[in-house]
Design a protein. Structure first.
Length: 276
């Protein structure tokens, strides 16, 4: 029972860490104080759980946990979380904090779902299955976010066309403004990019521990990374001011078409994404 509880708490840490990354990403780009507070609170919970587990492990083994690669990864992840909290509270180095947490999340995921962890745990098979479940859940949530950006982009183009041709009537009065649709597009892909990144990290870890062999050149993996790069490029161009208005909306539409291609065609050509 205790082993199952520990496994669940480690999974909870990964999920909380992933959600905090989403809010850190929003804060990093738009300096949203509310997002920053939520991210910091979630990271604080992760650090507290990590610290408790670290102390319990030291008490159990009567030594400092750095003698094996498995122990070293956990201690390294703990140090990264500690460092990011210190930098955030005392120095406000937001850029450094964001990227430190990306590295920390990757190593926390590696530790939680490492082959040695799976082998030594009585709930090893359940951990593997739940890792897959979490990966798929985050992937689907990212697709939902990108779908929302598609809706906002379509609304933006409709509004733009109506206003340009001066065909605005009362029946369109309930529609959002151009500014609101543009903000909706941006917030949606911010969340989508973050969730997709987390999903890819978890998915690669699952493939590594579950499959006898897999290739990074698998069509679904390649397509997902291309999708991440394309959406990140759209967001980057928008942030620089090179992509705005109707052009920004069209970029969202084309990106969503790429998502559909990856979802359907990529799954068919993939060697192991048959559950999608």
């Amino acid at each position: 029972m205790a082993d199952i509880t520990m496994a669940r708490l480690h999974e909870a840490m990964v999920i909380l860490y992933a959600v905090s990354l989403v809010f850190y990403f929003i804060d990093y780009l738009y300096k949203e104080k509310k997002a920053s507070r939520i991210a910091m609170s979630l990271l604080g919970v992760v650090w507290l759980l990590q610290t408790v587990f670290l102390v319990l492990y030291i008490i159990e083994t009567q030594r400092f946990p750095i003698l094996t690669l498995f122990e070293g990864i956990y201690f390294y992840a703990w140090l990264l979380v500690t460092l990011s909290i210190v930098l955030r509270i005392f120095y406000r180095f937001d850029f450094a904090v964001f990227f430190i947490n990306i590295i920390g999340f990757i190593f926390m995921t590696i530790h939680t779902f490492a082959p040695v962890q799976i082998e030594r745990s009585p709930v090893g098979e359940a951990l593997v299955s739940e890792l897959l479940l979490i990966h798929i859940t985050f992937a689907i949530l990212s697709y939902v976010a990108f779908s929302l950006s598609f809706v906002f982009s379509a609304l933006h183009l409709v509004l733009y066309r109506l206003l340009k041709k001066k065909k605005w009537t009362k029946q369109w009065s309930n529609l959002p403004s151009l500014g609101q649709t543009e903000s909706g597009m941006t917030i949606s892909i911010l969340v989508g990019i973050s969730l997709l990144f987390v999903s890819l990290v978890l998915g690669l870890q699952w493939a590594y521990i579950s499959l006898d062999q897999f290739s990074l050149l698998d069509m679904k993996i390649v397509g997902s990374f291309v999708l991440l790069i394309v959406y990140s490029g759209v967001l980057y161009k928008h942030r620089k001011g090179d992509l705005n208005g109707a052009a920004y909306a069209w970029a969202h539409l084309y990106s969503f078409l790429l998502l559909l291609v990856n979802f359907f065609l990529g799954s068919r050509l993939s060697e192991f994404h048959f559950w999608y």
